[in-house]
Design a protein around this ligand. Structure first.
Ligand code: MTE
Length: 309
């Protein structure tokens, strides 16, 4: 645990990764061996370019990232997604892009991936439940996709929906949430270069339990904004309804920016437990905007973040 987290980290620093890459290859190998189900994709490396937006904090192991998940469609236990999500087929996959865009339509996974520049983005990930990880995503900027389909002048928000597949998702009939799982961003949040669509993890295609084949990652917001297995992206003129806000508006706001100064009504958000730190690991302080304050604080100038939580 010691040394895993550097509080004096400058998030905009470009990090030399050569030494880290060697160690990481070993970790991927070990993870793939330990988890037979993800050994196959390990053959198709994504060869993503490094990014200046990556943190140089040490990522969690592939096993930690793929065995401790929230994906309620597959059950509410942390091990349920790893156990159940393998039954979901992600090929073929199509995403409906609609609303206030110039080129609406049903886009296949391959259409979406055509011509995108895949980057590795090693991001800190903070769940609203007060645990955190460091995750080496592979993906592309959501702004690239939005610019390709052409956002019309009235487009102020972006709404997302997850697939609803009752045959393979045991959580659907349980009604834990109102399905489809929905999320949304304001247009400037969606266009921020930190906001990515992730398609990979540790240079391999993203495992189903982490949201294959395409999931959102918004690193300065609580993890629940990072919606998995996206099948619809709609550009809207109004703030869209979002699943956790619909379920409990008092506890989950639309913005959900990581904020140690605004507690969840049932627990403190001032600190977090790093997954993999071990039983005796100390909690670490939670950083405003999850450490991405420099890049995103200006999006919220003039807003009261205790009201717009
Ligand atoms: N997306 C869908 N469709 N369903 C979910 O239950 N859980 C969210 C988010 N995206 C969730 C989802 C929550 S609460 C978190 S913390 C993250 O996914 C967890 O992502 P991970 O399992 O890849 O760590």
């Amino acid at each position: 645990m010691a040394g895993r987290y550097k509080s004096d980290l400058k998030w905009s620093d470009v990090t030399p990764k050569a030494a880290f890459m060697d160690r990481r290859q070993l970790m991927v190998g070990a993870g793939a061996l330990a988890m037979g189900s993800i050994a196959a994709p390990a053959l198709a490396k994504l060869n993503a370019a490094p990014s200046k937006f990556s943190t140089d904090a040490t990522p969690n192991s592939l096993e930690e990232i793929t065995s401790y998940n929230n994906y309620y469609e597959f059950g509410v236990g942390k091990e349920d997604p790893a156990r159940n999500a393998g039954a979901m087929s992600t090929d073929p996959w199509s995403v409906k892009i609609d609303g206030l865009v110039d080129k609406p339509g049903d886009y296949s996974f391959d259409d979406i991936m055509k011509g995108v520049d895949l980057e590795e983005r090693i991001y800190r990930f903070r769940c609203v439940e007060a645990w955190s990880m460091v995750i080496p995503w592979v993906g592309f900027e959501l702004a690239d996709l939005l610019n390709r389909v052409g956002v019309q002048p009235g487009g102020k928000y972006v709404a997302f929906e997850t697939a609803v597949l009752p045959d393979v998702m045991p959580g659907i009939s349980r009604g834990y949430l109102e399905w489809p799982y929905r999320e949304g961003l304001r247009m400037d949040e969606a266009m921020n270069p930190l906001t990515i669509i992730a398609t990979g993890l540790y240079d391999d295609p993203i495992p189903n339990q982490n949201g294959a084949p395409l999931r959102l990652v918004v690193p300065w917001k609580y993890g629940f904004k990072s919606i998995k297995s996206i099948v619809r992206i709609s550009v809207m003129d109004k703030e869209p309804p979002t699943s956790w806000n619909m379920a409990n508006a008092r506890e989950y706001g639309f913005y959900s920016n990581v904020n140690p100064e605004v507690d969840h009504p049932r627990w403190s958000q001032a600190s977090e437990r790093m997954v993999g730190g071990g039983f005796f690991a100390k909690r670490i302080p939670t950083l405003k905007f999850n450490g991405y304050e420099e890049q995103v604080a200006s999006l919220y100038t003039g807003m009261d973040l205790s009201k717009n939580f």
